[in-house]
Design a protein around this ligand. Structure first.
Ligand code: NAP
Length: 454
């Protein structure tokens, strides 16, 4: 029997587990996660108002409930938990599906001023990620939004669209979702009326997808504003027919908005282009504006600076310029791409295949693509792993790795513990007159996980 550990229970980890049990009737898979909760970015990254995408959790649940798959939550892999070397001893093979855990930096002055946050911090807050320091605060905790009238979102990817949309959402739309109660309350009393989402290149290079872009145009009590002259600097604006379909559709939506000015509304989202951030400016000890340099297309899809500048006022800045993989002690790491070097999913150590070690998902290919992109990615890795089976099973491993982990003082949150967390979240929601509401901090998650007999 082949024993495999999958590290990470997000989409790439779950799809890896699924692919393994579907293709090999003998394999047993433990899916380890640092958190006591499964599903990775589906639980802690997909915006709460994207309920259809969130419902993918049901598909991932079925995978983790497979009879030969076991969820082991609350197990950190690395120096603070089970080392990479120890994991390798406990299993015939280990597949790292640890994603891209941090955000890219802008590297400009003022980036760390109070009021300037990475989009991942804002996402963690409204997703109730237990590592976000504000979690468990008072229900009126509004550290992001207090005193904020204008916000700037830097970047024009789907995360930028998510955080822009969430800034414009009110209680009626968010209350039915699982957004934590503190974030719901803070967003409910938010006075943000002006949100600028800013790209350094043109509309035909924007990274958001059209479905997500369109949603910005149908938010209640929110108008959308674009500047036709600014958009028209993009050579493809006048005639987008030569663009690949995803970019063409984006440009068409933006053209539509330019032609039909939005009726006046309480909030306004401005989509700006050809502005690259150069500095965050302070006012009264916190961010007050973002200075951008105007850019022009360079004819090769990039831009060049013009030496002209524009300041956009903002008491809140969300830097949404992409995720970045983090090195895991004991695993090789390519710092330039934030990924683990690999050959079709087989980890490479100094250029040579490391037997029994594999990667899938963002730590393998970088932080791009939608959730479904992880399926073929996982399949490729699993094909490599299963092709190696004969060599892998030659090595003896302990009968049940869970027994060894427990002997070493590690007490994972198993599936029953996770189900207990789900029950506690349903109870919390009921007590607040809402549906399921997420528990926002480690203490309440672990406390709920212990109530497995309930
Ligand atoms: P992304 O798609 O890579 O977008 C990053 C944005 O930041 C780009 O507009 C990029 O501009 C900009 N940027 C990078 N460095 C910059 C700098 N120094 N100054 C100014 N702008 C800079 O990343 P993401 O939005 O974090 O999304 C990550 C992945 O998750 C994507 O594949 C996305 O589609 C996916 N996702 C999907 C959904 C959904 O399906 N609903 C939701 C969220 C995330 P350049 O292009 O000029 O570099």
């Amino acid at each position: 029997m082949l024993r495999v550990a999958v590290v990470g229970s997000g989409p790439s980890g779950c799809y890896t587990a699924q692919s393994l049990v579907q293709q090999d009737a003998q394999v047993r898979v433990d899916v380890l996660d640092r958190l006591p909760c499964p599903y990775g970015l589906v639980r802690y990254g997909v915006a709460p108002d994207h309920e259809k995408i969130k419902s993918l959790q049901n598909n991932l649940r079925a995978i983790l409930e497979h009879e030969r798959v076991r969820f082991l939550g609350g197990v950190a892999v690395g120096p603070s938990g089970v080392s990479v070397a120890r994991l390798r001893e406990l299993y015939h093979a280990v597949v790292y599906c640890v994603g891209a855990a941090t955000d890219r930096r802008l590297g400009i002055p003022g980036e760390d001023l109070p009021g300037s946050w990475s989009a991942t911090e804002f996402v963690s807050w409204y997703s109730a990620h237990p590592d976000f320091p504000g979690q468990g605060g008072t229900p009126t905790d509004d550290g992001f939004l207090r005193g904020v009238g204008s916000a700037v979102v830097i970047g024009v990817g789907n995360v930028a669209v998510d955080v822009t949309r969430m800034l414009a959402r009110g209680v009626p739309e968010l209350s039915p979702t699982d957004v934590p109660h503190a974030a719901l309350t803070a967003l409910g009393v938010s006075r943000v009326t002006d949100i600028a989402m800013v790209g350094r290149r043109g509309p035909s290079q924007a990274r958001f997808t059209t479905k997500e872009l369109r949603e910005l145009g149908i938010l209640p009590d929110t108008g959308i504003a674009v500047d036709r002259a600014e958009l028209a600097q993009d050579p493809a604006y006048a005639d987008p027919s030569g663009l690949p379909a995803p970019q063409r559709r984006n440009v068409e939506v933006l053209r539509g908005w330019a032609e039909t000015p939005a009726p006046s509304a309480r909030r306004r989202i401005r989509l700006r282009f050809f502005l690259r951030p150069v500095e965050l400016l302070a006012r009264d000890g916190r961010v007050g504006a973002v200075r951008f340099e105007r850019t022009v297309p360079d004819g090769h899809g990039g831009v060049t600076g013009t030496g002209a500048y524009e300041d956009i006022e903002a008491q809140l800045v969300l830097r949404s310029v992409g995720y970045r993989g983090v090195a895991l002690e004991g695993l090789p790491f390519d710092a330039s791409g934030g990924t683990v070097p690999h050959l079709a999913g087989r980890v490479l150590r100094e250029g040579a295949v490391a037997p029994g070690e594999y990667v899938a998902g963002w730590i393998k290919r970088g932080p791009t693509g939608v959730i479904g992109t992880n399926r073929p990615c996982a399949k490729e890795t699993v094909a490599s792993l299963l092709a190696d089976t004969a060599a892998l099973v030659r090595r003896d491993v302990p009968g049940d790795p869970l027994v060894a982990l427990r002997t070493e003082g590690i007490e994972p949150v198993e599936w029953a513990g996770w189900r207990a967390i789900e029950r506690a979240e349903a109870e919390l929601g009921a007590s607040l007159g809402r549906n399921v509401v997420k528990l926002p901090d480690w203490a309440s998650l672990l406390d709920a996980a212990r109530r497995t007999g309930a």
